[in-house]
Design a protein around this ligand. Structure first.
Ligand code: NDP
Ligand code: 2IT
Length: 449
């Protein structure tokens, strides 16, 4: 049974359910934040008076559009595009685009909602938004990807801009897709407007470290949680799920910090390599050749591929889910804790179900929720925007130092907020409360808009 909400918050949650039928992931994300906010309303009655929570749960604008495109056989395909501009109290809407067949409004809204608080935690001037499409990039040629991206941008361009809304990547959207979308935006608007998208290529306005940022940042966050417990990555056996952008750079940074990652996965299965994942091989297979993870064992004979298995059954001390939402359920969380897992850092957005979160919190392991742990990606996007505005580009070392400092600050803010609100060690409360308060204060200051 889920924790009861505060008496002021329960009717707000009921209203969210009634106004957004069927959007289960959005319900899950809002409920989790509301569960943290009871004590905030006691300290800040002005937030209730101004109906800040009700306003935050309602996106400022939601755009849904048709995306027609032609495949390599000349057949017309139709997808659905989304952009949910959730909250712009702290800055232009900012958040990624996800291309995955599972995408529907409820997923984009959960991601956009979490993005508001995540972006607030970075301390940088960015509001929250998210977009995407039910387009499936798997098995598509470069021409088909370009054709889709151009059609998607042909509608999206009128809603975005460097001071309005700044999309970036997420699942299924990386440098290639951002390039095609930037090209189409430039063509339609006749503006070379670098700040309209982040995650750009290094030759045309991108920032060093943006590609690595989410994985590096999540690893820095876990490192901070470990340090707070007088511990470190050194010698730790780690499990990472996924094998995309976030997973790859999480593995890289864990190895740099002395941990050993023994797993990674895709939606078909996982690999277990007791000698430690060979990152160069993963990068070749996934980033260069766009192949499946099972091909790893062709080159590393001692490694094991488990089709459709449960990656969380592999014993580890640190787990970093980096694939997708709800990939760790209550039973998985119990197995992780039983096998000696002492820290979980979420590279993915909302990868743990509410039951799983409860298991981690009850066990008092170091649990870093996505909106804090994976904020390094969007933070470095904001650094890319800064460089674009200055028409400058920073070095790798300088940019990585900025990222590391931001992650350290987010950790400290979440840690101290959890203490202040009487739940020391609970980074879920720390992140939700600290992120919310920043947005709420700005909303109060900006009036009823
Ligand atoms: P990628 O598309 O690069 O990689 C996604 C990985 O997750 C792939 O290995 C993919 O496997 C797996 N995956 C995706 N969907 C599913 C699914 N439904 N079931 C099982 N496996 C799945 O995406 P990213 O690495 O960018 O994103 C991973 C997570 O990190 C997402 O939750 C995203 O929202 C989050 N995130 C990303 C940020 C970024 O900057 N990119 C920033 C902050 C968070 P397969 O190839 O089989 O689909
Ligand atoms: O979930 C996320 O924070 C992202 N996909 C990155 C968003 C961004 O604007 O860089």
């Amino acid at each position: 049974m889920a924790q009861m909400l505060d008496e002021k918050l329960e009717p707000i949650f009921q209203e969210v359910l009634a106004r957004n039928p069927g959007e289960t992931e959005f319900h899950q994300a809002t409920r989790e934040v509301l569960e943290s906010l009871g004590p905030v309303l006691v300290k800040h009655p002005e937030f209730a008076h101004q109906r800040i929570i009700e306003r935050i749960c309602e996106p400022e604008r939601q755009i849904i559009f048709r995306v027609p495109w032609r495949d390599d056989k000349g057949v017309v395909q139709i997808n659905r595009g989304f952009r949910v501009e959730f909250n712009s109290a702290l800055g232009p809407y900012k958040g990624g685009l996800r291309f995955h067949p599972s995408v529907y409004l409820g997923i984009i809204k959960f991601l956009g909602f979490e993005q508001i608080f995540k972006n607030a935690l970075t301390g940088l001037p960015i509001g929250g938004g998210k977009g995407g499409s039910d387009f499936d990039p798997k098995g598509k040629s470069d021409d088909e990807i370009m054709s889709f991206c151009q059609s998607f941008m042909t509608e999206l361009y009128r809603h975005i801009g460097e001071h309005t809304d700044v999309p970036a990547g997420d699942i299924g959207v990386g440098g290639r897709e951002i390039g095609f979308m930037f090209g189409q935006y430039k063509r339609i608007t006749n503006r070379w407007e670098a700040g309209v998208l982040t995650g750009k290529g290094l030759d045309w306005g991108g920032s060093l470290v943006r590609t690595e940022a989410t994985g590096y940042g999540a690893t820095f966050f876990v490192d901070e949680m470990l340090k707070a417990r007088k511990d470190s990555f050194d010698g730790k056996i780690c499990s990472v799920s996924g094998s995309g952008n976030v997973a790859i750079y999480t593995i890289e940074k864990i190895h740099e910090l002395g941990g050993k990652v023994v797993t990674c996965s895709d939606s078909n299965g996982y690999i277990y390599d007791e000698k430690g994942i060979d990152l160069a091989l993963i990068q070749q297979l996934k980033e260069v050749e766009r192949r499946r993870i099972k091909d790893y064992i062709e080159y590393r004979k001692h490694a094991k591929y488990v089709a459709k298995g449960n990656i969380w059954e592999v014993p580890c001390q640190v787990a970093m889910p980096s694939a997708t939402q709800n990939e760790i359920n209550g039973a998985d969380a119990k197995i992780l804790v039983k096998n000696g897992c002492i820290a979980v850092g979420e590279g993915a957005n909302m990868p743990t179900t509410p039951e799983g979160v409860k298991v981690f919190l009850d066990a008092q392991i170091a649990y870093g929720p996505g909106k804090a742990a994976n904020a390094g990606g969007v933070a470095t996007s904001a650094l890319e925007m800064q460089q674009n505005a200055q028409r400058d580009s920073w070095t790798f070392d300088y940019t990585e130092k900025r990222l590391q400092e931001i992650m350290k600050n987010i950790h400290e803010l979440c840690y101290e907020t959890a203490v202040e609100y009487g739940t020391p060690g609970n980074y879920v409360n720390g992140a939700n409360i600290a992120g919310f308060i920043r947005v709420a204060k700005a909303m109060v200051a900006l009036g009823v808009v």
